[in-house]
Design a protein around this ligand. Sequence first.
Ligand code: PLP
Length: 261
Amino acid sequence: MTIYKAFTIAGSDSGGGAGIQADLKTFQELGVYGMSAITAITAQNTLGVQGVFPTSTEAIAMQLDSIGSDLAPDAVKTGMLFSEEIIRIVADKVRRYNWRNLVIDPVMVAKGGSPLLQQEAVQSVITHLLPLALVSTPNLPEAEILTRMSIRTLSDREEAAKIIVQMGSQYVVMKGGHDTSTDQVVDLLYDGENYIYMENIRIETRHTHGTGCTYSAAITAELAKGKNVLEAVQIAKAFIQSSIEDQLGMGSGHGPTNHFA
Ligand code: PLP
């Protein structure tokens, strides 16, 4: 039996809905072996983020070296990276170990409003990380921050996707969930040539914590198994849709998405 390995470089969510925990559960459910480097510890539950504690840069660099020098991941994703310094270390190690199947989820702000990336680090995502990405997965607010555009129409989305590809990300999945003006959620996949729209009916629920992490982890798992980007994104989209549909209903706030396949 061939074992495929996926590696997540992200923050820990004590509540288990997002971050490292969402990624590892998703990897497991999709049948790949999961590995992790923890960039920050968050104290978090369904009510919000109570604390953020970045990991020391030495600990981050060592975790990346431990994986890079021995365990050769088939695909890698990044989630919460928090600071410019952490982004530089991650970009450096990605280049050193030649991790090519790289999914960048440009995590910036938690749904409750807590910052997960320092504002001054946005430029480093653009300069150091996006050029290494096979796929990046911004939501609409993240795409607006990266491109400095105001994104209103579908043609704005196409324009923003083009800019992100010009920044170096080979493919962009722009997630449409933050546009609540219609009951369709429209995601856009762009490869530098073709725009592919993926539509789903919006599921009305407050339990969507960790959907972005889970979606990008599912793409990473499928890439690790050897799927091409289009197949990986389509499988991931179906996985996240059923994760939101089959609510766990946990906690008294904004509860986690369901990671069970
Ligand atoms: N906490 C951590 C550690 C994360 O990586 C993320 C995901 O991006 C979040 C929280 C955000 O969660 P939410 O889906 O509630 O915005």
